[in-house]
Design a protein around this ligand. Structure first.
Ligand SMILES: *Cc1c(COP(=O)(O)O)cnc(C)c1O
Length: 410
């Protein structure tokens, strides 16, 4: 069967799944629209500040909208966060003090946090400040609840980190239902521990978000889901008011906190990105589901399968060999609007231990709500594909990548 027919056939089979995704996007869009209306957003909010950035009405209003949409007391949404990793770093340094113990209950955290925590030595790590770290691995993709509870009963843990999206691992991502269940169990034995959720790639994939199910704070990047492909950079931290204040004082200056931080003209893009985010996430989900079905029909191993519950917008294809991974990523690049002529190669990306290949023909550098595909060059050679600002462009990119893959197999 040729690729166009295979796509047509798959789209027929995915009708109900796509309807589910559209219905979800309708509900999240309604939340977003209500936040705009409830906060009386107007042209005045698109004005800009420079210098110290005092009294930035747009910035402060965007933060109120984030808090409302995610059911949080407060939120910090700033372009001074240079990435999701930076926001996670600021949060960890803001909440933890020398002698404190941090516990990850989703195994080893995302690659870029290894030097932050001190898992890989770094003179500026949390460990270098005397902050201790421990982790409990998932077992068969589930929280090791008994071990977590026992650990909490025998140690004074200051902060629990939960990473929902799989990062560059081969585990499954954590759905909101699983998150809610483990938080309820933790709260039965420890009311005080700060529960911090790395929510990268998970926003608007379900009706509920981590703080609404009991987490204290959630963190993510604006060049992923919530920027809707429009925000030029930045990240957010949302949750308990006291924690947001600590994070603001760490990000800027103790005593100045959230009162400073110029927006340099990007308020409109951040607001408009939020407005588009529910649809961009829906397009990404449809692209992911289609990819999963197509590649499975072509006898590749995929995770998640098309009909499995999804916690994030990431689609894995487990290639099992470096050549197919590289070819597929190169095909995604060829099917992208920007730098379609470039041929991505594995390289030593800062913050990552293995060589990484990264296809990202995006308007915003490194944006992964735009169709993108990457993966470390290590066993079992998994492609991590995500994004698709519109389903049509997502489909075109994936089609191009499959054509590259087939060319090689012939
Ligand atoms: C993307 C991501 C991050 C942050 O990455 P940045 O590229 O620094 O924004 C952190 N955790 C997970 C699970 C991610 O997917």
């Amino acid at each position: 069967m040729n690729i166009d027919d295979l796509i047509k056939e798959s789209e027929m089979e995915l009708k109900d799944k796509f309807k589910e995704i559209d219905d979800l996007a309708f509900r999240t869009s309604e939340k977003v629209l209500n936040a705009f209306r409830n906060n009386n957003v107007s042209q005045a909010h698109f004005n800009s500040t420079t210098g110290y950035g005092y009294d930035d009405l747009g910035r402060d209003t965007i933060e109120k909208m984030y808090a409302e949409i995610f059911g949080c007391e407060d939120a910090l949404v700033r372009s001074q966060f240079i990435s999701g990793s930076h926001a996670l770093t600021v949060a960890l340094f803001a909440f933890l003090r020398p002698g404190d113990l941090m516990l990850s209950i989703t195994g080893i955290p995302y690659d870029t946090l290894h030097e932050v925590i001190g898992i890989i030595p770094n003179n500026s790590s949390l460990a270098s400040f005397g902050i201790k770290y421990d982790q409990i691995d998932l077992v068969n993709n589930e929280f090791d609840e008994a071990k977590i509870i026992e650990y909490l009963q025998n140690h004074d843990v200051k902060l629990i980190e939960i990473q929902r999206s799989k990062g560059y691992s081969s585990r499954k991502s954590i759905t909101i239902d699983k998150l809610e269940k483990i938080i309820n169990s933790i709260r039965k034995v420890d009311k005080k521990v700060i529960i911090m959720v790395d929510n990268c790639y998970c926003e608007f994939v379900a009706d509920k978000e981590p703080v609404a199910v009991g987490a204290d704070v959630m963190i993510g990047s604006l060049i992923k889901n919530l920027g809707g492909g429009i925000a030029p950079n930045g990240a957010y931290i949302a949750g308990r008011k006291d924690l947001i204040e600590l994070a603001a004082e760490r990000l800027t200056v103790p005593g100045e906190g959230r009162e400073v931080g110029p927006t340099l003209g990007i308020n409109k893009q951040i607001a408009q990105g939020l407005f588009f985010a529910p649809s961009a996430v829906a397009s990404s989900l449809k692209t992911a589901v289609l990819t999963s079905m197509l590649l499975e029909k072509l006898s590749y191993n995929v995770e998640p399968r098309w009909n499995e519950p999804r916690a994030d917008i990431v689609q894995n294809i487990i290639f099992g060999n470096p050549n197919n991974l590289i070819r597929y990523c190169q095909g995604i690049q060829m099917g992208s609007p920007i730098d379609a002529f470039a041929v991505p190669q594995p390289w030593d990306m800062p913050g990552y231990e293995d060589k990484v290949i990264m296809a990202s023909g995006s308007f915003t550098q490194g944006s992964s709500i735009e169709l993108s595909c990457d993966g470390p060059i290590r066993e079992p050679y998994i492609a991590y594909q995500q994004g698709g600002l519109t389903y049509e462009y997502g489909k075109l990119g994936v089609k191009r990548a499959i054509e590259e893959l087939m060319k090689k197999d012939n």
